[in-house]
Design a protein around this ligand. Structure first.
Ligand code: NDP
Length: 475
């Protein structure tokens, strides 16, 4: 009798704990429900200044040979007024609007109308309909993975035009760079505003929406988790993965074509930038199914941060090295070029292998080998908003035993290589490594905060087993 009562009490306690766990998970899983003053200040700063930062970088290349200090000096010393700089900036043109409209429409058509065929003949490539991760509301979305195909078709057409048809010059992107910036901004703001309105009035999944009550924070970080139009047009996958990233390699090719046109040849530095960034972009598309399990898709809501960021920030600031090399055609000595290549390839190897180890581990539920051995891991559990308890595992061997985000470390090494390819004359091409270091360190902290709320004491066991974040023994 006493034993029975004890058992009943234990059951009740377990149930109570589970409800508490659920509340904790519901409150914290995903981005914040409440906004602290620091987050709000950062949001306001970015909303106000990010578009100006992009403009400043691009303008300083166009008007000041990529010097970041000369425009400021000119203004401070009264040599120029803001209006002089603005009046020398190319405005939106019908040609640029036409090019941009055709570009985005073409990418929408490739995304929506051509089911993936690459997975049918490319061994090892995962494409076609794939599932994303479980959302906080317990939903599992399906995605049509056909980015590699979109990238290949776009680039085949680009080269066919450059070498056979000559409908337009390969320098078309460089030649319209600033007018295209205005188009990208229009799309970035339009899509973010639409996403906000949609979140309020016709969300795709109301249970996966988050409202903090702060207009600016919601606009920036997004309300809806996975906004969609119809069954398949997924905003996050399209804007994160298509117009900006497919364009990245085309933009670099256009910059190389401009170097060729201006100087009669291309430098080894611009070839290095094209090759290393090309590998990174191609890797993204080859692993698009894996990308469904990354933070952008699994955890971030869709707001200005992703909408405007993917349309403007990514294509304009991730390609600064190529742009710089049009104005400063650097020819590196063999030792420098080899060093850059090796650093870039090593960074890429670490980035890819670390991501691959986690993906393999999660896909096989731990039934795999990491560096030839059975993986070591920590069992953990969490509860989704519908109250269901889920189980998961955190890998603690391979690169994941060295540091909790060694994939970021590899990414940073690759990013540094792109910058070093530009020599040491100007700071502008180094913006990328500075930005990536801030982005990935912040991401690391943000992700760990989320994981800690999601997994609770299991996360503590994990951080005790793998104490460093990015650099073993240092940070
Ligand atoms: P991760 O791929 O590291 O994903 C983090 C998630 O993985 C965590 O939230 C957790 O999710 C899970 N996880 C964490 N630790 C473990 C572990 N030990 N074992 C198993 N699962 C674990 O981060 P990102 O999505 O941010 O980045 C993916 C890649 O994209 C990185 O290589 C990064 O460098 C790159 N990147 C590039 C950017 C760019 O602009 N160039 C921007 C952002 C990222 P769960 O809840 O499932 O447990």
């Amino acid at each position: 009798m006493a034993a029975n009562q004890e058992k009943k009490l234990a059951e009740e306690r377990k149930h109570q704990n589970m409800q508490n766990d659920t509340k904790a998970s519901q409150g914290q899983w995903g981005r914040a429900w409440e906004v602290d003053w620091f987050s709000l200040a950062s949001v306001l700063f970015l909303l106000m200044f990010a578009p100006l930062i992009v403009y400043y970088f691009i303008m300083s290349c166009a008007q000041y040979q990529c010097s970041l200090t000369d425009p400021l000096l000119d203004l401070l010393m009264g040599n120029k007024h803001l209006s002089d700089i603005w009046n020398s900036t190319p405005m939106l043109t019908c040609r640029a609007a036409g090019i941009y409209f055709l570009w985005v429409t073409f990418q929408v058509v490739l995304y929506m109308s051509i089911p993936d065929f690459c997975h049918k003949f490319l061994p090892g490539y995962v494409g076609g309909v794939q599932e994303g991760a479980v959302t906080p509301a317990g939903v599992v979305n399906k995605y049509e993975i056909n980015g590699l195909q979109a990238w290949i078709i776009t680039h085949v057409l680009w080269f066919a035009n450059a070498y056979c048809f000559h409908f337009f010059s390969p320098t078309i992107i460089f030649d319209n760079w600033i007018p295209l910036l205005w188009c990208a901004n229009i799309l970035g703001y339009a899509v973010s505003t639409f996403a906000m309105i949609k979140g309020y009035f016709f969300p795709t999944n109301a249970k996966d929406c988050k409202f903090t009550g702060n207009f600016f924070y919601d606009y920036m970080m997004g309300i809806e988790f996975n906004p969609r139009i119809g069954k398949w047009f997924d905003f996050k996958l399209f804007f994160n993965g298509r117009p900006g990233i497919v364009a990245w390699t085309l933009i670099n090719l256009s910059f190389a074509a401009k170097q060729q046109e201006l100087y009669g040849g291309v430098t080894n530095s611009i070839i290095l930038v094209n090759v290393l960034q090309g590998i990174y972009v191609l890797d993204f598309f080859w692993n698009e199914a894996w990308y469904l399990k990354t933070i952008d898709i699994c955890h971030d809501h869709f707001g200005w941060y992703l909408g405007w960021g993917d349309c403007v920030w990514l294509p304009y600031l991730y390609t600064l090295q190529g742009l710089y090399l049009v104005y400063h055609p650097v020819q590196l000595c063999t030792a420098h070029a080899t060093g850059v290549l090796l650093l870039g390839l090593l960074g890429y190897y670490i980035f890819r292998m670390t991501n691959h180890q986690k993906d393999l581990f999660r896909r096989t539920n731990g039934n795999c080998r990491i560096w030839g051995k059975k993986p070591e891991y920590i069992e953990c559990s969490y509860t989704s908003a519908d109250g269901t308890k889920h189980y998961s595992k955190l890998l603690t061997s391979g690169f994941w035993g060295w540091a909790r985000h060694f994939n970021y470390t590899g990414d940073l090494m690759g990013s540094l290589a792109y910058c070093l390819a530009c020599g040491f004359e100007h700071i502008l091409p180094y913006f990328y490594i500075i930005y990536m270091a801030i982005l990935l360190t912040h991401r690391c902290v943000r992700d760990e905060h989320r994981c800690s709320s999601k997994y609770g004491k299991d996360w503590k066991r994990y951080t005790a087993a793998v104490p460093y974040r990015l650099l073993p023994g240092i940070f």
